[in-house]
Design a protein around this ligand. Structure first.
Ligand code: AQP
Length: 346
C-alpha cells in the first residue's frame, strides 16, 4: 500500500468522499458492513459524500440486461435503506454520468500495462482464462481511478479487498501530476477501518464473502428473511472448540474470528468486547445470539428495501437527480483535465 499522503498534498482539496458498489448480484453482509453501513456513518459526520452504483464496472463480466436493471434499483434501495439520504449525499448510477468513462479513457493512457497485470482481482477473476476475459475487466482499475478522481475525492471508504485498486488510483494521480507538472489530482486516502473490513465466507474462513460465490450458504444476502439468516449462521463452518477467553485465542481459527468480527461490527463494539461477553461459550450458544443480532439489524433494512422496490420510478427519479448533481462537480474537472493534456476545446 502506498504511504499515506502527507497532509499538504491534499490540503488544497475540499474533503470529499466517494465510493461505489457493483450492481452485479444481491447485496450481502460484507457489502453492508464493509461499505454501506460506513457510508451512512460518514454522511452523518457531515462530510460531502458521493455514492454510485457502478454499472460500468458490473458489465466487465456478463450481466443479463434485465438482471442488471433489477440489481441497480435494488442496490439503490439498499443504499437508502442503510441510511443514505439522497438529499444530503449524492446517489446515482455511473453510466448516467459520462464523465466517468471519458476520464477513464484518459487514465487508460496514463496507467501502464504492467500495473494492471499485477492486480490480484484481475488475476483472480480472469484466472487461467485471461485470453477470454474482457478488455474492460483488465482496465477496471483505471475506470475506478476515474470514478474517484473525477470528483477530486480525497477519501474512499472501502473493504480490505479494494486496497490494491486504491493504491493504483494514487499511482495514476501521482503520474498524471508528475507528467504534466501540475498538482491537479489529489492523492486519495483509502479509509479501511472497523471490525468488518473483510467479512469472510460462512463456508470457508479463508475466502471473502462475495456476490459471485456459487454457494448461497456462504453469504447472508440483504434480502434473506429471518429464518434464512438464522439457518445460514447455524450452519456456518466452525471448529469444535468453544470461543477463547482472549483475542489471541482466535489465532489460527479463521471461522471463529469471522463470526466474532461480524458480531462486533453489527453490535458497534470491538472484538475484545465480544470475547469479554461470550468467551468460553460453545458455538451452539454463540451462534443463536449472533443470529438474533443479525436479524434485528438486517430485518428493518431488508423490509425498507422491499418497500422502496415497489416504486421503481421513484428510484429512477432519485438516481437521475443524483446524476445531475454529480455532473455539476465532474464536468469542470474533466474539462480542466482535457486542457491540461492539450486537447483543443473550442
Ligand atoms: N467480504 C467483504 N467484506 C468487507 N467488505 C466487502 N466488500 C465487498 N465484499 C466485502 C466491499 O463492498 C464494496 C462493494 O464491493 P463491489 O460489489 O463493488 O465489489 P466486490 O468487492 O467485488 O464485491 P463482491 O461481493 O465480492 O462481488 P463479486 O463477487 O461480483 O466480485 C467495496 O467497498 C468492497 O470493499
Amino acid at each position: 500500500m502506498a504511504e499515506t499522503a502527507p497532509d499538504d498534498v491534499n490540503s488544497a482539496f475540499t474533503p470529499r468522499v466517494f465510493s461505489g458498489i457493483q450492481p452485479s448480484g444481491h447485496l450481502h453482509l460484507g457489502n453492508y458492513l464493509g461499505a454501506l453501513k460506513r457510508f451512512a456513518e460518514t454522511q452523518n459526520r457531515g462530510v460531502q459524500s458521493i455514492y454510485c452504483m457502478v454499472d460500468l464496472h458490473a458489465i466487465t463480466v456478463w450481466q443479463e440486461p434485465a438482471d442488471l436493471r433489477h440489481a441497480t434499483r435494488e442496490l439503490a434501495a439498499g443504499f437508502i435503506a442503510s441510511g443514505l439520504d439522497p438529499a444530503r449525499s449524492i446517489l446515482f448510477n455511473q453510466s448516467q454520468v459520462p464523465e466517468h468513462a471519458q476520464l477513464a479513457w484518459l487514465f487508460n493512457c496514463v496507467a501502464r500495462m504492467g500495473w494492471m497485470g499485477r492486480m490480484t482481482q484481475w488475476k483472480d477473476k480472469a484466472g487461467k482464462n485471461a485470453e477470454n476475459a474482457s478488455l474492460g475487466l483488465f482496465a477496471y482499475p483505471a475506470l475506478m481511478a476515474a470514478d474517484i478522481l473525477v470528483y477530486h475525492a480525497t477519501h474512499v471508504p472501502v473493504g480490505e479487498d479494494q486496497k490494491q485498486h486504491l493504491e493504483l488510483t494514487r499511482d495514476i494521480a501521482a503520474k498524471f501530476n508528475h507528467d504534466y507538472g501540475v498538482d491537479f489530482f489529489p492523492i486519495t486516502e483509502p479509509v479501511i477501518e472497523g471490525a468488518a473490513t473483510r467479512v469472510m465466507s460462512l463456508r470457508d474462513g479463508s475466502k471473502k464473502m462475495s456476490k459471485s460465490d456459487p454457494s448461497d450458504m456462504s453469504r447472508i444476502n440483504m434480502t434473506d428473511d429471518a429464518e434464512t439468516i438464522a439457518k445460514k449462521i447455524r450452519k456456518a463452518k466452525t471448529d469444535p472448540e468453544p470461543l477463547p477467553m482472549d483475542l489471541d485465542g482466535l489465532e489460527g481459527r479463521p471461522e471463529a474470528r469471522n463470526l466474532v468480527n461480524i458480531y462486533a461490527a453489527l453490535a458497534d463494539c470491538t472484538p475484545e468486547d465480544v470475547i469479554r461477553d461470550h468467551g468460553g461459550q460453545q458455538f451452539g450458544t454463540f451462534k443463536p445470539s449472533l443470529a438474533d443480532l443479525a436479524v434485528a439489524k438486517l430485518a428493518p433494512i431488508s423490509s425498507e428495501m422491499q418497500q422502496l422496490m415497489q416504486d421503481p420510478a421513484e428510484i429512477d427519479r432519485i438516481l437521475g437527480s443524483g446524476a445531475e448533481r454529480a455532473r455539476e462537480i465532474a464536468a469542470p474537472i474533466l474539462e480542466r483535465t482535457f486542457e491540461i493534456m492539450g486537447m483543443v476545446r473550442g
